[in-house]
Ligand binder design. Structure first.
Ligand SMILES: [Zn+2]
Length: 381
């Protein structure tokens, strides 16, 4: 089934991370999936542009065709926000997995899979293993990044004579699959005994779910676990925003697009917080690549800038490229009020460099007689 193949097991993730091709012939697609269903159109445009702009993409037509055919014919968007497809036809490699958050749509060619979205999600998402049991049956389901997979089912007196064996099996599966949270689904009457039978390592990460049992469909199990995970993410987000606001008050963080872009360019950003789903038109300097909101000539090197469709996505993409954590903020009025984007700084910002104001620019451009020069900054004396 297609939905289960979008599940990224820990083995699959580890294999993808270490896999290398001897040539630059691995195509990676990161696709933002929208509920309105315009993503196939966006993909068509991306592929067209990439073929024209990048000769390496043009040289791999089979990979591009295979990726396009997969997205159009096999992928089911249901509730998903992103998709990652990796293709290397020459070496028989094709992998696709779903993402619970949106990333900038991009197509890259390299000697390896581009797994940037995955690295970005790792600090926030946990691997879950659910054990659902009643008197006759025990069932294991794995859940990660909003996707799920059946692991195995055991029949028999699993909560009676078979309980020690079941507990041992749970521990073995959790270790093999690098489980971070263990979900126990059983009737209220059975939960305590089942939990007590598990080894100490699992008890530390235990989530008790009296509403789940082995007869529940996998969608319901996934939905329940996702619900818990979303709650946990909301709590984490709220803590991060509080800490960010405190840091900002103490001078250890900056807010607003221009300030965050400047801090990122200087390489002194520890973590970026950004309003989920926020997009904004902006500009990018063709020479120094600095991002700004509406400067037609670059405030830093004075060259012409080009328009960027979504400067927020571009900025987030660059941060992820640099290995910086980007935490989406879904709903925090205090955060929206300070500009919807902020950066915690790695080193204390003694002098946070922001875009020069027009008065500062006039001073730098001024001629000796006081008139302003449109051409170049006055040389320092
Ligand atoms: Zn510039």
């Amino acid at each position: 089934m297609q939905s289960s193949s979008l599940f990224l097991s820990s083995d699959r993730a580890a294999a993808l991370e270490t896999w290398r091709s001897p040539e630059t012939d691995v195509v990676s697609l990161h696709l933002a999936v929208d509920a309105a269903g315009s993503y196939p159109t966006a993909l068509g445009r991306l592929l067209r542009e990439a073929r024209e702009a990048d000769p390496r993409v043009k040289a791999l037509p089979k990979d591009v065709e295979r990726i396009a055919a997969y997205v159009r014919g096999q992928f089911s968007p249901a509730g998903r926000h992103g998709l990652c497809v990796i293709s290397c036809v020459k070496r028989g490699m094709f992998e696709a997995f779903a993402l619970p958050e949106t990333f900038k749509t991009s197509l890259t060619v390299s000697d390896r899979a581009s797994l940037r979205p995955l690295a970005a999600l790792t600090p926030r998402y946990r691997r879950f293993l659910a054990l659902l049991a009643d008197d006759k049956r025990a069932r294991f389901v794995e859940i990660y990044l909003g996707e799920s997979a059946e692991v195995e089912t055991l029949d028999g007196d699993v909560l009676g004579a078979g309980l020690p064996a079941l507990a041992a099996r749970a521990a073995a599966l959790a270790a093999a699959r690098r489980t971070e949270r263990f979900v126990l689904g059983a009737s209220e009457a059975r939960l305590a005994a089942l939990a007590a039978a598990l080894p100490a390592a699992l008890q530390d990460s235990l989530i008790l779910e009296p509403l789940l049992g082995p007869e529940r469909p996998i969608e319901a199990v996934t939905e329940r676990v996702r619900h818990n995970e979303k709650e946990a993410l909301r709590v984490r987000e709220s803590v991060l925003v509080r800490r960010f606001l405190d840091e900002k008050a103490a001078g250890g963080a900056v807010a607003g697009l221009e300030a965050v872009a400047a801090a990122l360019h200087q390489g002194c950003v520890k973590r970026i917080l950004v309003r989920e789903g926020w997009a904004k038109m902006g500009r990018c300097c063709s020479s120094c690549r600095r991002l700004s909101l509406d400067h037609r000539s670059c405030p830093w090197c004075f060259r012409a800038t080009r328009p960027v469709l979504d400067v927020v996505a571009e900025l987030v993409d660059r941060a992820l490229d640099a290995g910086i954590e980007v935490a989406p903020v879904s709903s925090e009025p205090d955060f929206d009020a300070i500009g919807r984007i902020g950066a915690e700084l790695a080193a204390p910002a003694a002098q946070p460099r922001t875009v020069p104001e027009s008065r500062a620019l006039r001073a730098r451009f001024a001629l000796k007689d006081g008139r302003s020069s449109p051409l170049r900054p006055r040389r320092p004396a």
